[in-house]
Ligand binder design. Sequence first.
Ligand SMILES: Cc1cc2nc3c(=O)[nH]c(=O)nc-3n(C[C@H](O)[C@H](O)[C@H](O)COP(=O)(O)OP(=O)(O)OC[C@H]3O[C@@H](n4cnc5c(N)ncnc54)[C@H](O)[C@@H]3O)c2cc1C
Length: 593
Amino acid sequence: MSTYIAPIRDMQFVLNEVAGLEEICALPGNEECSVDLVESILDEAAKFATGVLDPINRVGDRVGHVCKDGVVTTAEGFKEAYQLFVETGWNAMPFSPEYGGQGLPAVVSMAVNEMWKGANMAFGLCPMLTGGAIEAIAHHASDELKQKYLPKMVEGTWTGTMNLTEPNAGSDLAAISSKAKPVGDGSYLVSGTKIFITWGEHDVAENIIHLVLARLPDAPPGLKGISLFLVPKFLVNDDGSLGKRNDLICASIEHKLGIHGSPTAVMSYGENEGAVGYLIGEENKGVGYMFTMMNHARVNVGLEGVGIAERAYQHALWYARERVQGKIVGDKSNDKKPILHHPDVRRLLMDCKSRTEAMRTLAYYAAAQIDRAHAGDAAAQARIDLLTPVVKGWSTEQGVELTSNALQVFGGVGFVEETGAGQYYRDSRITTIYEGTTAIQANDLVGRKLAREKVPGAAMKALIAEMKLTVDELVAADDQLKNIAVNLKNGIDALSTASDWILANYDNAPADVHAGSVPFLKLTGIVVGGWLMAKSAAIAVKRLTEGSSDDFYKSKLATASYFAAHQLPFAAAYSAEMTGGAASVFGLPENLF
Ligand SMILES: Cc1cc2nc3c(=O)[nH]c(=O)nc-3n(C[C@H](O)[C@H](O)[C@H](O)COP(=O)(O)OP(=O)(O)OC[C@H]3O[C@@H](n4cnc5c(N)ncnc54)[C@H](O)[C@@H]3O)c2cc1C
């Protein structure tokens, strides 16, 4: 049994009681949204996830897709599932009604997207990339390009991709060497090879709109000489119908550790006359535009960590209830009981549940900041800027650890492919790499988001101040929350110490700062996750005190208490690693490695 069931109760709790869905629905532009509407959207999405996407998750992994002469055939059922996805309007949900979207808030998409990722992460990548491309076009392209491409992309009839990576340009986009030259009629001819392009070629939609970074002739070197082009697989006639095939081809498909259901393509542009492309925005500003797409994708890749960890947990829990093995320590009855009763299996499962809930709360909280920022809230914009690398980096690192914990619950059969537990672990492994590795997220956090912020450290200090208020509230509220408050306070102090240390050392000892930047990212994730879990615990206690008999609140208090006791203490260790660890990182001369 490995059916994915959307964790709707927790999703609703986070949306309604932590992220402030009602308030977000009241923001200008969100008038169509209501708590009741979102409840029914979640119910329908859960049915789609379980009924349509989950059943093709295994075949995607076991069979994958086939590439022959540049034509990619996806695994059985993917094409039909995608068509149903489009027909039922799921693709259009978050986008502007101006282009046929339903205009629902980002926080609602977050919950729905988590279901796609939990049910079938490889499938979920296709709409995720389309969504990022839509954002980039909507924000930066001309009206003509918007009118021509967005309605079909919003509908989902055409999908989108993101083409940054080249054989010599991965983390370092400055090394991009693909070329574009103007034709004279407003279009360009694009040429070059892009590697690792997610859903770069497939058979599920009638056209693929590639967003490609390339250099114009005489462009300045480095990041300031890169432009962004819209390059369709099939050219689009003025009446919107499809024209001739563009000069681009899928040269091959990668054989990967995981996400076998998602075709990862090597794309060759302009092998013959040149691939026709259209400039998005202004020349040489492509990297900035691509960041619109990447920021969208980074939060959504962080969400993959949540979805895949939830799925792995559900499967492990089912197994732990079924599998009988060994005598349970301290049990006097001599009965054989399922492994769920072994204290260490309990620890593994509690760890999965509690940390997944913390990640979910952080992801939805971040999405709520996106909605508030859209409505003009500058503080929310600063908060989401700060938290984007944390959602991406921390949640994906957690996802890998938790899918590993879940696999451990299975013992030997977890390592055997038949159970399916191995797939989650393999699928999760890419999430810490694509959309910028964890190190790249950590660089962003300690650099642009902290030390190089307009007022250095301002966003982090505002967050720390807000978290400290929660400690005071917890202490005043209830005895059950006191232990959580103590651990949260210690975590916040550790984060504050490490942040101050970065601000003091970034200019004179940048290598020391960057040697500890990944521990700092994890420290931030744990403390912010711990803060949101502490707030959740306070809400749960309040509801129980008011007389609620909903076991969910008891469960939330337990998982939040676990997080405070078992995760927040790591904050002090990460802080020490950040502030004092560089000497030992560089302790070995290069020749002694
Ligand atoms: C399955 C899959 C799907 C992908 N999908 C897409 C896609 O759709 N579009 C696209 O454009 N790309 C895509 N990628 C590419 C992906 O984004 C890159 O693989 C990733 O950004 C890392 O680049 P790289 O592989 O060249 O590794 P490198 O950049 O060579 O990095 C190697 C190691 O060095 C570290 N490193 C490099 N630079 C720094 C630094 N400045 N500071 C600290 N550490 C550093 C990295 O963290 C990593 O550990 C995909 C990749 C895969 C495997």
